[in-house]
Design a protein around this ligand. Structure first.
Ligand SMILES: Nc1nc2c(ncn2[C@@H]2O[C@H](COP(=O)(O)OP(=O)(O)OP(=O)(O)O)[C@@H](O)[C@H]2O)c(=O)[nH]1
Ligand SMILES: [Mg+2]
Length: 300
């Protein structure tokens, strides 16, 4: 990275499931954003920070932009993604290296009007059947926009991500770091706790349930000697969903809790006591007050 000291904000945008959150975690070398095989895992604007030498980059992970804006929750999530590109130095449009899709074009339409350089980051390069597929695929997307850069990467294997980081570092304005060296996110630990539980809901529940399930942390107490105590409420829409989340004799909720607790202990470097309660709040995803209470802001 540059020797003169640089600072910049980089937004990662794209359609759902292209690997934006996995890429953010790779670029900041920490698990800051939750990921899953399912589309629309990210609901918030998630901030990750990486400092190399005297260059500091702030990455904004955004929810995958999608068309289904029926529920209040979905509308708010989409707005979060669109709002995130305001005031950034570089927009990285993340796509799947295997090919350009209509969903990518829709995201490009939304971001290209901003007077901000747009880079094309072709992720999942490891999924290409052969390396020599990469060049024709890059050629095929060059004409879609006057990209400032086209960079193929694999967030999963780390292929070319150091190169991307270096290019970004050279391209952001000269400036001083705004965050402490070593800080990887501005998100609160309470928020991270709720997110890590939501990640397990996405990873372990089938069908539509994760899309109408929210998590709030009602208590987060750092113990002086003992473990950190965290109480979380899992909100769902119906009694049937509640039964599915709890599982037979509580087996599902137990797996969710054990996995989330392990991740939390890794994050906090401390033992965690996690208490989870599942509540039915019919219509919460359409209730703006409730959606806001879970931390989703209509305006960013
Ligand atoms: N093979 C491969 N898989 C990847 C790569 N990057 C991400 N994935 C996988 O793709 C899936 C989606 O990753 P996410 O990082 O959650 O995708 P996202 O773009 O943040 O998705 P939303 O938050 O839903 O918009 C996960 O199963 C990841 O493990 C990659 O470079 N290679
Ligand atoms: Mg994501």
């Amino acid at each position: 990275m540059s020797a003169s000291g640089r600072f910049g904000i980089v937004a990662l945008v794209g359609r759902p499931n292209v690997g934006k959150s996995t890429l953010l975690n790779r670029l900041v070398e920490s698990k800051v954003s939750i990921t899953s095989r399912r589309p629309q895992t990210t609901w918030h604007r998630v901030e990750g920070i990486r400092t190399v030498g005297d260059t500091q980059l702030v990455f904004l992970d955004t929810p995958g932009l999608h068309d289904s804006g029926k529920r209040m929750l979905n509308r708010v999530i989409n707005q979060t993604a669109r709002g995130a590109v305001a005031g950034v130095n570089i927009i990285c449009l993340v796509t799947d290296a295997r090919g350009w899709r209509a969903g990518d074009a829709r995201v490009l339409e939304l971001v290209k009007t901003a007077r901000t350089p747009v880079w094309l980051v072709m992720n999942k390069a490891d999924r290409l059947q052969a390396v020599d597929q990469l060049l024709p695929n890059i050629d095929a997307v060059r004409g879609r926009h006057q990209w400032d850069q086209v960079v193929p990467v694999s967030a999963k294997t780390g292929y070319n991500t150091a190169h991307l980081l270096g290019l970004l570092g050279q391209s952001v304005p000269v400036g001083r770091p705004e965050h402490a060296i070593g800080e990887v996110t501005t998100l609160s630990r309470r928020f991270m706790a709720a997110e890590l539980i939501r990640e397990q809901l996405f990873r372990r529940l089938g069908a539509e349930i994760p899309y109408t399930t929210g998590v709030t942390v009602s208590d987060f107490t750092m113990g002086t000697d003992g473990p950190v105590t965290i109480s979380a409420e899992i909100l769902c829409e119906t009694a049937g969903q509640k039964r599915a989340i709890i599982g037979e004799k509580g087996s599902k909720l137990k797996i969710i809790g054990v996995s989330a607790r392990r991740e939390l202990e890794r994050l906090l470097g401390q033992q965690v006591f996690l208490e989870q309660r599942v509540k039915v709040r019919k219509g919460w995803t359409d209730d703006l007050a409730m959606v806001s209470r879970l931390g989703y802001a209509l305006k960013d």
